[in-house]
Design a protein around this ligand. Sequence first.
Ligand code: AMP
Ligand code: ZN
Length: 470
Amino acid sequence: MKIYNTLTRTKEEFVPLKEGEVSMYVCGPTVYNLIHIGNARPMIVFDTFRRYLEYKGYKVNYVSNFTDVDDKIIATAIAEGTTAEEISQKYIAECKKDMEGMNIMPATVHPQATEEIDGMISLIETLIEKGYAYDKDGTVYFRTRKFEEYGKLSKKNIDDLEAGHRDIKVVGEESKEDPLDFVLWKPKKEGEPSWQAPWSDGRPGWHTECSVMAKKYLGDEIDIHAGGEDLIFPHHENEIAQSECANGVQFAKYWMHNAFLNINNKKMSKSEGNFFTVRDISEKYDLQVLRFFMLSAHYRSPLNFSDELMEAAKNGLDRILTAAEKLRDAIAAGNDNGLTDDERIDINEAGKFVEKFEEAMDDDNNTANAISAVFELVKYSNSKIDENSSKDFAIALYEILLRLTDVLGIIVEKEEELQGDEEYIKEMIAKRAEAKKNKDFALADQIRDELDAKGIELEDTREGTKWNRK
Ligand code: AMP
Ligand code: ZN
């Protein structure tokens, strides 16, 4: 299997550090809001890659963090008159709901930065002891120039960086020895969450968090470190500097980065109004459509989100789900005479779609080509299944389809039930609105309770009633 390694800018054969095992760290979201569909891209892409590693028989230790201390979280807490902890806990729970909707497997561990502060303090202590970091009035900085390999991931030349930095003096950071140095620990400001440390009451820098969580749950050397391409610099470059200077070994062997998701060919931006949360999408589509849409492109290609492309993804997914349904019907109606010779040959032939699928996934997680192989399988299956098919034949084809769709994280068994559900839910919401209009609050409450019992939560907003699965 080959993966494209950002560190070497080439596709490399994947050889894990320990035979049969893979350690993988994926940078998770900062939790101050509902996650947007851009955040969903690395989640879906790397969850699929993990599933494929497991399909190939690797034992995968998959760690993905929640960044739960950050300026944006603190700002949101202040704006809403609550604590940073309350904001982050709320949005971690919401994020987990979205992940479930997108059928993203829970990580082996989902560490939270605020629970790992001790490890961060000890990493910073090690860096100070080794001369890679220094304390200036309670702020600890990393001595960037001292790490000779700085820039090896982003391919940035340290002297160019220096030129860019010369004019930019960040307020409060005048005491740095060198403009290139970055913050490992910063003293608290009034009203901010803080922890005691030898240098000041304060909090760690963002880059420090990931170095520490990766080390604690995966060790000093890990196989794969992944995230969106915006993280290459400075986040991942700084993680490398800290981890390699502290631990004295190469941090991650392979670095994988997904390209960005744009909306209507423009960068996603809240201020321009081209911005969707995963929750927004869940109101119109089953989130598997979003998953399927993301996987229909190569993860290193920019992907454009639009209504037309989502509709195309929905139609494509429906083709697979319909074929699965046809196979289930054939299993129910098929004869019990066992496989005929021709059916045996046909099953063997279907093996070529599995080979194609694996070839695509082995080529740097090429889910777009893997999906093409599934489409070919579906077409083949539709053409081979008829009223004379044996039950065993239908079962064999169904099992092949399930094996492949499982890797993609697409559930082929639930769609019927869900589509029925969605119409029903919308109908009930309309009935409840009508009841409220007629001031029949007892009926309105009864409808809400009935949906609640079915695991559907309603939320009345200015734009109308929204729903989601609990
Ligand atoms: P953040 O919460 O900004 O730290 O982002 C969490 C993850 O989402 C990181 O891996 C980002 O690189 C990724 N990400 C953010 N925006 C996008 C986008 N528009 N397209 C793809 N990935 C994104
Ligand atoms: Zn990170």
